[in-house]
Design a protein around this ligand. Structure first.
Ligand code: AMP
Length: 218
């Protein structure tokens, strides 16, 4: 199964991508997570992208394309979460997939309106140790503000601050909506209503994706 996941920042895209990847036993490739890890580790890549990410802007296509190409050569089934974000990236992805003779089954759009996004985002928290994502309203940790997995105090990501979120939403609209249109024209888009409880969104996704489960060997 090979999927792309789309949705505005705060739609629950990362959370759902992780759950679906586990259920269907495919690799979860989150470009945002890969970049954040590079920044935390202070690698060359991290140094290059740190200030761009802090401003909520997009990392240049050449960097992203190279990074994703390397990943795709290592795996067969995957969910790409956070890529492609521009038409140029989408076209590059098409070329890479053609080269390695693989196809995308579907591009999943988790649909959430802007007002709802702004309400949600200020409540998003993440575990700095294991990466688990929480929401103080919809997906609270069981114990205070401590991670359910590892007990580390959960924190707000710099790029979840409100001004950054608004800038990211604007950039999302400007760059990614044409990408969604691109996949819509190719009949790849499946839309899920993201304004529901996490469990309900997951249920809708599982039902929708079951038909692709056996597409792993083509
Ligand atoms: P995310 O967690 O997917 O929202 O990504 C966090 C940040 O990483 C974004 O705001 C961008 O600065 C950068 N980023 C992640 N994926 C991409 C991409 N495909 N193209 C450009 N920048 C990206």
């Amino acid at each position: 199964m090979r999927l792309l996941f789309f949705g505005p920042p705060g739609a629950g895209k990362g959370t759902q991508a992780k759950i679906v990847a586990k259920e269907f036993n495919v690799e979860h490739i989150s470009t945002g997570d890969i970049l954040r890890e590079a920044v935390n580790k202070g690698t060359d890549l991290g140094e290059k992208v740190k200030s761009i990410m802090e401003r909520g802007e997009l990392v240049p296509d050449e960097i992203m394309n190279e990074l994703v190409k390397q990943k795709l050569e290592e795996v067969n089934s995957f969910i790409l979460d956070g890529y492609p974000r521009t038409l140029e990236q989408a076209k590059f992805l098409d070329a890479v997939l053609k080269q390695i003779k693989k196809e995308i089954d579907a591009a999943v759009l988790i649909d959430v309106p802007e007002d709802e996004i702004v309400k949600r985002i200020s409540n998003r928290r993440v575990c700095p140790n294991c990466g688990k994502v929480y929401n103080l309203i919809t997906l609270k940790p069981k114990n205070d503000e401590k991670c359910d997995n590892c007990g580390t105090k959960i924190v707000q990501r710099d790029d979840d601050k409100e001004n950054v979120v608004r800038e990211r939403y604007r950039i999302y609209r400007k760059n990614t909506e044409p990408v969604i249109e691109y996949y819509r024209k190719n009949n790849k888009i499946v839309t899920v209503n993201g304004v529901q409880d996490v469990e309900e969104v997951t249920k809708e996704l599982f039902n929708m994706l079951r038909r692709f489960r056996n597409n792993d060997n083509n």
